[in-house]
Structure formats: structure tokens, C-alpha cells
Design a protein. Structure first.
Lengths: 295, 391, 329
């Protein structure tokens, strides 16, 4: 393989993982826009998506497509339960308290997941086989990569349509901009917040499920992916949707090129270092406008 | 509303304290402590080691224990964290009647505990992978200050690497790429391969690292393949074992893939799926028990243990189960010989000669607290969801 | 340095000193000692961190890095270069402080979640470097053979002696923090926490103060890290990951943000619970998570402060019911 072919391979890998980061980043953004907090339970949503998929497809032999949607619904439900229970009833609405509440909740979920599935990593079958596909430029991928790209694009288009063209989507956007005004306009703010958690759950699950055939999954796969997804969200401008996509792609490619061209040991350090540099130079991320201080 | 919530909190707190004080000890049984990583990042290894040890202890108890006294395992969790490991150690040392320790799992936790083990003088049989546990002197200024109370059941990682290189040179594989997980185990492998490969005329033409939690190693494998290698060694445990196998198939790399001596475990098939076909690795004989020639003295013991293992846990044992079981058996044999006395047990363990274990034949001595050699290692090939003994 | 301790502070500290002095009489097991020592080490970090979070109102999710830097400075200097022990700790403190300044200066200009990410990223980078720079740090296998601390002929070589050593440091760090908080600086910090804009308009150089508190909290953590290194004599990167960063911030919150005694309480109760819950065997993660969520949902001001407020309110309610407040004339 010559140099350009290697670069092509790195870029493909970077785009794939970047797509995952983008989806996760969107999950973080939705909750941030609705509530102003960082939902660290997002990490568990990712793990749960992959594990539900494993249980349904591998253990109970349910049809792949049906499992996909059941899994998504299941994790969305868990997201909603988190909101309707502990988060809504927390006596303090201070951001730092709620952030750590999500951390505590994610520990509970992780502990429960360890009980149910054990600590082993497990594989999930690829959606349509594993025969390598050779691309122009010399890189090879497997069909699952196409699924990753395809589903990510689909998700983005659907979210865009939802937020721009549907009444509920507009209501959620209104809640994000100004809660009180939205309430005055008759929007049930609590319901919007509940919905945002459910969405975030569904998105996390999708991310976990499409990457699972490539990377295997376990009760704690979501932690690193979640953190990097959060980094992608910040990189692109926290709360900004186009930013989530940009941030994901940039982070994914940076990581991959960093590993391939500079050093595979320092890969993560390079990625976070670049993130820090971006933050120091443009404190609101690539696409961010001013962020009003909520802490 | 507030009052009610306060009561809930108070009850929850009280209950956790009550649970803590409801322990009871009886003086009759002989106590061995098991300190493993039951939670945290090494949980999947730690829990399976614990199971292996428990099965061994069970077997002994079924046969009447030791002189009528049952063996009791006191279990502690290191949480894959060195600080917690030391705390667990101190907790165990409190109970003066614990005569020996088995564990821990991760090399980092082992190293943290080592100094205190030597100071407190309690015989400890470890099954962590790092060779450094036995070879790093206790006092940097005195290279002869090797641990006296610490023993280790897995064969040296250096020997495992040597086995691979030996196999490679026998089969004409000369130029090799080495990809490793960027943490203790993987880096240890890098050091080992640099020493072992030249011994057998194998040349490492490429080396690449990846982060343990990475999900895609195509970048590194691409670079390795670009150097025109005849074989690739991947040194890691965990999901990466499978991901690398998949990536190799994806990139269409023809060079055979070798993995480390921890890969011979059912989890390999779970994470690699079909891509695992054809991958080779060094291993203990436990996974190919029924393929051993009848003349092999280990065969009977392995087959019996594996049968019991399958019955109790309803799954196949992996190669590392052998280490846990052997650690337990050797300690128990020592106690059988000399009774529940820490110093005597230590001496007995140190003089274990020709012990037929699941991992190999142990010949422990003052200079060698491990007792295994390259002869005990076999090369196996992953095929059709199981393993095939190669040599 | 001026001393700003009030009467009730002095009483509290005297009580603490007495408890520290006589506690070992009642404690016999090495296990309890090491748990107490770990609580002490955590307390030092938490006290410093509380100055940043509770008083200056800034979040750092990367403080494990400073704890680790202190440990590695001490470890590397004493093991690899034969540095004398106490100067090594001092160098560690200053070195960590400098690094904290370099990272704090640009970071603290960031608002809200961006600051969280910056500290998180910094913590991860330092953790990676600990594992990679093998020639200095011993890499992932860790650094061992770190000498134990000693003053003159007295070596701190067992749990009891380390108890006194560590808890002396705890005592002095709390006194120092209390002193700071009662001074002008403390009032400036509280003003910043209340409203940065208002504080700025009053002439307080908020950016300057924030960075200084960040550096100070890093130095507290560094000292604690050095003590750990000399106590356990072995350090490795896995102790300084972002899980630890999360743990210490959790201790700040559970103890009560902005409460100095809460820092001690938070470190104590969370360390203790994390050990005590081992009886729940593998469920201890779930149990710990449940405990945490209960506190955060129902007692967000912190356990200590929460119970204190509860009793205060109950007293007030009783007073109002009995109509006593009307009798005052």
C-alpha cells in the first residue's frame, strides 16, 4: 500500500468514528439546549444500545431490524425515566448538581449492566455481512461502514426535518431559547425536557448499535465514546447542530491521522491537545456563538 | 415532603451500616484470601480467575478438606485500582487467621501490594501477567533483593513470546510486524519481542501501538502491511483481540496473525466472530485437553478439571483459568503438607517440584518463584469456534 | 501572614486536633488506619478543590492530574535523582503550581462547559503522558521503591506514623484554607461566585483571582500526591485517571460546596462508604451510585449542611407554631 492509499484508509477510519462522535455529540447538544446541563449518562445510553442489540439479536435471535428499533425505544425509555424521576425531582436545579446526578445515575446503570451482562466484550453481527469492499483511492471498508455513514446521514436529516418543520420540534427549540417565553406560549416545558432525554437516549443507542459490529460492545464501551462525543460537541460549538457534525468529523479524522502519521501512542493526547488549542483560541468552539454562563 | 425524604436518606444510610456489621467468622475453617479485580476495567479477567480458584477450592472441600478442616475463601475486590488493592490487602491481613493470599489480577495492583506483602510476610500466589512482579528487585539499590513471599503462576510472557518466534522461524516467517496495546501488558510484549525475535532469526520490521479502548486499528495495520511482512503479532487482551482480527480480514492482509497467550479464551470467538478463523497463539494446554497425546501427564488432570468447570459454570474455560486453578492447587498442597502456618507454607511452596498443574509442570525454587518453562506452552490455532493443537 | 481565625474556628480546630491526637488509641487495625489515611489524603485535595468549586465557583474535572503530578514529582526526583525528600515535595508543589498556572490562565477565561472540557482534556493528557514518558515515570508499570518520608531519625514507616503525618498536613491545610477564606481574598472569592460581573465592577480582578485559586488548589493536591507516593511507595498512572477527578469533585458536592468542614466530611463519608459497600460484593457500584443520587437529589447542599439546615428549619417551624415569635415585644 503506498502513501496515498494509507492516507485514504486513515480518512475513511476517521470519518467512520467521526460519524459516531457526531451522533453522540447531537445527543449531548439536545439535552444541553433543553436543560443547560451535561448528561454524562449519555455514555451509558451508548453501551446499553449495543448490549440490548446483543441480547436481542444474538441471545434471543430476534430479527435485526426489529431489534434495532426495540433497542432504540428501550434506551429512549430509560432516558425518559431518568428525567421523570431523579432529575425532575432534584431539589436543586444547579447545573453542577444535576451534572453529577447524571454521573451518579450512570454508575447505577453501569453497575446494573455489569450484573445483567457481565463484564465480557461481545460481538454483534454486522448488518449485512463482512466482505471487504475496495474503494477508489485504495482504502478498504466493510459493509458496516456504509451502514454507519448512511444511518448517520439519515439521523441528521431526520433531526433537521424534525426541528425545522414539525410543531414539536419547533416547540423544543423554543424551550431551548427561552423557557419562560415558551411556557407563556403554551408549551409544556416539562414535556419538552422529557422528550429531549428520550431523544438523547435514542441517539446514544443508535450510535452504540451501529458501531457495535465493528468494535464489539460491553457494559462500559460507551465511556470513552461518550467522552469523545462530548469533546466533539464542544469542539463544534456546544449546542450547535452543524457544530456537532463538524466537531465529530474533525475529531475523528484528527485522531485517525494522528495515529497513522504521528504516533499511535499519543493519539488521544494529540486529539485532546488540539481540542484545548481550539478552545483557547476560539473559546466557543468552531461554530459556537457566545455561551451564556450557566454555571 | 422534606421530612419524608430525609427519613429515606437516613434509612438508606443506616441500612448500609447494618449490612456492614453483619459479618460473622467461625474459627474452624482454614482461610485463604482471594484478592481479585471483581469490578473496574479488569473485571472480566478477575471474575473468571475467581471462578477458577473457587472451583479448585470446592474440589478440595468435596474430598474432605484438609485434615477435616474446610477451606474458606475470603474474597476482596481491588476494583482494578492499586490504592484499593493495598487497602484490600491490609483488610485481609487484619484477620490473623488468613494463611495465604491468591491474586491479584492486574500487574499494577500486584506491584503496589508487593512491598507490603514482603513486609508482612504472607505467602501470596499471584496470577497477574507481568514478569516484573518477580524480576524487579524490591530495593532499587540492591539487584539481588528479589521477593521471597510472592509467587506467580502464569509462565513468563517472555517465554510465550519465544514460543511464537520459535514457531515462526520453523515455518519460514522472517519479517514480522508487531502491534501492541499501549499499556503495561502490551509494552511488556514489545520489550520481550525485541529480545526474543532475534534469537530465532525473526526480524521485527514494524511496530505500532493502539489505545486499549480503540475501536479501529486499520491505520496501524495498514502501516505494518506496507512494510511487506510475512506475519503479524498482536499483543493485547480484551476486545482489541477481535477487532484486530476483523481489521486484518477487512484489509485483506494475507500474512498470518498471531495473538498473545491470553487469547485462548471463549471471549476471543465472541469478539472476533468469523474473522478469528486461523489466528494462532501460545496457550496453556487446558483449552486443547482432549487433543493431547495420552502420554501427556497433564492430560488426565486437565480433562477432569475442565469437566467440572463446564458443569459448574456452563461455559468453556479459557487459557487463563489454568493459572488461577494452579495457584489454588499449589497453595492448598502446601497447606496439606505443613499445616496453616504462613512461614511454613511459604517454604513448602518454594520447594514445589514436579507438580503437575493445568498450566504445566511446576518446579519452583528460591531463584524461580514461577516454575514453568517454555516446554509447558503449546501453540494452538483458532478454528471453527474452538482450538486446534499445533505443537 | 495575617491570621484571621474567629472564635468558633479556633474551637473547631482545637477539637479536630484533639481527635487526631487521641484517635489512634481507639484504632487498632491496620485496615482502619489505611482507610483513615486515604481519607486524610483525599481531604487535602478536596479542601483545595472546594476553594475553587465552592467559593470561586469554577469546576475542574481534571484535578487527578495535579494529585498525580505531585506524586510523580516526588517519586521521580527521589527515586531517579536521589533528591532529598522534603525539598522534592516542595519542588513538586511549585512545579505543579506552575503547570496549573500555564493551563489555568487560558482555561479560566472559558465559561461553563468549555472550562469543564478543558480541565477534562488536560487531565486526560497528563494521564497519558504519565504512561508514555517511560524513562522518567516507569510507564504503565508504575514507579516503585519510593522512599518513605523521614524527619531526622524518625522514618514514617508504618500506618500509625503516617496517620500522624498525613493528618497533621490535613490539619494545617484546613487552617490555611479557613484563614484564606476569612481574609480579603476569601471575600473576593465569594463575590466572584455570587456574580462575576458585579465583582468586576467592584474593582476585583476576577480573572486574576480565579487563576490564583486554581493554582492554589493544584498545590494542595500536589502535596497530597507527594504524601501518597511516600506512603504507598508505589505509584502508577491508573490511580490518576478521570475517575479520580470525578470522585474528588463528588466529595466536594456531597460534603457541601463552600463548606470547609464539609470537605472533611465529604472525603470521609465517601471514602468510607466506598469501602463499607464491599459487603454488597459486586453490587457495590450500584449501591454507591444510589447513595450518590439520593444525596444529590435530596440533600444537594451537602449532607452536613443539609442536615444542619433541616434541623434549623424544624426549630424555626416549631417556634412559629407555638407563636413564641409573637411574644417578643
Amino acid at each position: 500500500m503506498d502513501f496515498t492509499q494509507q492516507i485514504a484508509q486513515y480518512i475513511i477510519t476517521g470519518l467512520t468514528i467521526g460519524a459516531i462522535y457526531a451522533i453522540v455529540a447531537m445527543g449531548f447538544n439536545i439535552i444541553h439546549n433543553a436543560t443547560g446541563i451535561v448528561n454524562f449518562a449519555q455514555c451509558e445510553f451508548i453501551s446499553l444500545g449495543g448490549m440490548f442489540m446483543y441480547s436481542l439479536v444474538v441471545l434471543f435471535k430476534v430479527n435485526l431490524v426489529i431489534s434495532f428499533f426495540i433497542s432504540m425505544a428501550g434506551v429512549a425509555l430509560i432516558g425518559a425515566l431518568i428525567e421523570i424521576g431523579p432529575i425532575r425531582h432534584a431539589r436543586s436545579k444547579e447545573t453542577i448538581i444535576l451534572i453529577f446526578l447524571t454521573i451518579g445515575l450512570s454508575e447505577i446503570i453501569r453497575g446494573a449492566a455489569q450484573e445483567v451482562w457481565g463484564t465480557d466484550n461481545v460481538g454483534v453481527p454486522s448488518f449485512s455481512g463482512e466482505n471487504p469492499i475496495h474503494l477508489l483511492g485504495g482504502a478498504t471498508i466493510v459493509p458496516q461502514h456504509i451502514w454507519v455513514f448512511g444511518i448517520t446521514v439519515l439521523v441528521m436529516l431526520m433531526l433537521r426535518y424534525f426541528f425545522k418543520n414539525t410543531l414539536m420540534g419547533k416547540a423544543m427549540r423554543a424551550t431551548a431559547v427561552d423557557r419562560r417565553a415558551a411556557a407563556l406560549a403554551g408549551i409544556c416545558v416539562n414535556r419538552m425536557i422529557l422528550l429531549s432525554f428520550a431523544f438523547s437516549g435514542a441517539l446514544g443507542a443508535v450510535a452504540g448499535m451501529i458501531i457495535a459490529p465493528i468494535s464489539t460492545t460491553s457494559y462500559d464501551t460507551g465511556i470513552m465514546l461518550g467522552l469523545k462525543g462530548f469533546a466533539a460537541a464542544i469542539l463544534g460549538g456546544y449546542g450547535n447542530f452543524v457544530g456537532a457534525i463538524l466537531g465529530g468529523i474533525v475529531l475523528g479524522i484528527l485522531e485517525s491521522l494522528g495515529a497513522g502519521l504521528i504516533s499511535s501512542q499519543y493519539k488521544d493526547a494529540i486529539a485532546f491537545f488540539v481540542l484545548l488549542m481550539v478552545l483557547f483560541l476560539k473559546p466557543t468552539g468552531i461554530m459556537g456563538y457566545g455561551e451564556s454562563e450557566r454555571i | 415532603m422534606k421530612k419524608r425524604s430525609l427519613i429515606i436518606v437516613a434509612v438508606a444510610l443506616t441500612m448500609s451500616f447494618m449490612l456492614g456489621s453483619s459479618l460473622c467468622y467461625s474459627a474452624e475453617p482454614i482461610k485463604i484470601a482471594g484478592i481479585f479485580a471483581l469490578t473496574g476495567r479488569a473485571a472480566h479477567i478477575g471474575t473468571s480467575q475467581r471462578d477458577a480458584v473457587l472451583l479448585a477450592i470446592d474440589e478440595v472441600n468435596q474430598l474432605g478438606g484438609i485434615n477435616g478442616r474446610m477451606l474458606e475463601m475470603v474474597m476482596e475486590d481491588t476494583e482494578s485500582n492499586p490504592t484499593k488493592a493495598v487497602i484490600a490487602l491490609k483488610k485481609v491481613l487484619e484477620a490473623q487467621d488468613v494463611v495465604a493470599i491468591i491474586g491479584p489480577t492486574l500487574t499494577g495492583t500486584a506491584m503496589a501490594m508487593r512491598g507490603f506483602i514482603e513486609k508482612e510476610k504472607i505467602p501470596t500466589f499471584m496470577h497477574s501477567g507481568g514478569d516484573v512482579i518477580l524480576f524487579a528487585p524490591l530495593d532499587k539499590k540492591d539487584p539481588k533483593s528479589l521477593p521471597k513471599w510472592t509467587f506467580k503462576s502464569p509462565y513468563k510472557a517472555a517465554d510465550a513470546m519465544g514460543k511464537i518466534c520459535q514457531y515462526m522461524s520453523k515455518h519460514g516467517i522472517k519479517k514480522v510486524g508487531f502491534i501492541y496495546s499501549n499499556e503495561g501488558f502490551g509494552k511488556d510484549g514489545l520489550r520481550n519481542v525485541m529480545v526474543q525475535a532475534p534469537k530465532y532469526g525473526v526480524e521485527i520490521v514494524a511496530q505500532e501501538a493502539f489505545q486499549p479502548k480503540d475501536v479501529d486499528m486499520t491505520a496501524q495495520l495498514t502501516r505494518i502491511n506496507a512494510k511487506g511482512v510475512d506475519g503479524i503479532i498482536a499483543w493485547t487482551v480484551g476486545p482489541a483481540m477481535g477487532i484486530i482480527a476483523k481489521n486484518v480480514k477487512q484489509l485483506g492482509i494475507k500474512a498470518p496473525l498471531f495473538e498473545c497467550h491470553g487469547s485462548g479464551d471463549p471471549i476471543f470467538w465472541k469478539v472476533a466472530g468469523e474473522a478469528g478463523e486461523g489466528v494462532m497463539m501460545p496457550s496453556t494446554k487446558i483449552v486443547v485437553g482432549d487433543q493431547l497425546p495420552d502420554s501427556d501427564i497433564q492430560k488426565k488432570k486437565i480433562i477432569n478439571y475442565v469437566k467440572a468447570y463446564r458443569k459448574k459454570f456452563n461455559r468453556e474455560p479459557g487459557t487463563m483459568v489454568a493459572y488461577g486453578a494452579d495457584a489454588a492447587f499449589i497453595v492448598v498442597n502446601a497447606i496439606k503438607k505443613v499445616g496453616p502456618d504462613r512461614a511454613k507454607i511459604r517454604d513448602a511452596i518454594e520447594n514445589t517440584k514436579g507438580y503437575v498443574g493445568l498450566s504445566g509442570i511446576y518446579n519452583i525454587s528460591a531463584k524461580d518463584h514461577n516454575g514453568l518453562s517454555m516446554e509447558d506452552i503449546v501453540m494452538i490455532k483458532a478454528t471453527k469456534g474452538g482450538w486446534k493443537l499445533l505443537e | 501572614m495575617d491570621v484571621f481565625l474567629k472564635h468558633k474556628d479556633i474551637l473547631g480546630f482545637a477539637a479536630l486536633a484533639i481527635i487526631i491526637a487521641i484517635l489512634p488509641v481507639f484504632v487498632e487495625s491496620k485496615y482502619y488506619f489505611i482507610v483513615l489515611n486515604v481519607i486524610g489524603l483525599n481531604t487535602i485535595v478536596v479542601v483545595g478543590l472546594n476553594l475553587l468549586i465552592g467559593f470561586a465557583g469554577q469546576i475542574s474535572l481534571g484535578h487527578a492530574a495535579f494529585y498525580g503530578l505531585g506524586a510523580y514529582f516526588s517519586g521521580i526526583l527521589t527515586v531517579n535523582y536521589g533528591f532529598p525528600l522534603w525539598p522534592a515535595m516542595l519542588v513538586g508543589m511549585l512545579g505543579t503550581g506552575m503547570i496549573a498556572y500555564l493551563i489555568g490562565y487560558p482555561s479560566l477565561k472559558l465559561r461553563g462547559h468549555y472550562l469543564v472540557m478543558a480541565t477534562l482534556g488536560f487531565g486526560i493528557i497528563v494521564n497519558i503522558l504519565m504512561g508514555e514518558l517511560e524513562q522518567f515515570t516507569g510507564g504503565h508499570d508504575g514507579l516503585m521503591g519510593i522512599p518513605q518520608l523521614a524527619i531526622g531519625g524518625l522514618t514514617f514507616d508504618n500506618d500509625l506514623k503516617n496517620f500522624y503525618l498525613i493528618w497533621s498536613f490535613v490539619f494545617f491545610s484546613m487552617v490555611a484554607a479557613r484563614n484564606l477564606l476569612n481574609s480579603r481574598v476569601g471575600r473576593a472569592l465569594r463575590a466572584i461566585h455570587g456574580s462575576e460581573t458585579a465583582a468586576n465592577s467592584l474593582g476585583i480582578n476576577t480573572a486574576d483571582y480565579k487563576v490564583k485559586v486554581f493554582v492554589l488548589s493544584a498545590m494542595f493536591a500536589s502535596i497530597s500526591g507527594s504524601l501518597y507516593a511516600h506512603y504507598i511507595t508505589f505509584i502508577s498512572p491508573s490511580s490518576y485517571d478521570f475517575y479520580y477527578s470525578i470522585q474528588v469533585v463528588t466529595m466536594v458536592i456531597v460534603g457541601g460546596m463552600g463548606s470547609l468542614w464539609g470537605s472533611l466530611f465529604g472525603a470521609g463519608i465517601l471514602t468510607f462508604i466506598s469501602e463499607a459497600l464491599h459487603v454488597a460484593k459486586q453490587y457495590h457500584i450500584i449501591a454507591y451510585g444510589i447513595f450518590l443520587c439520593l444525596v444529590l437529589v435530596f440533600l444537594p447542599e451537602g449532607i452536613l449542611v443539609g442536615f444542619y439546615n433541616f434541623f434549623l428549619k424544624r426549630k424555626a417551624r416549631k417556634l412559629i407554631k407555638s407563636g413564641e415569635h409573637l411574644k417578643i415585644s
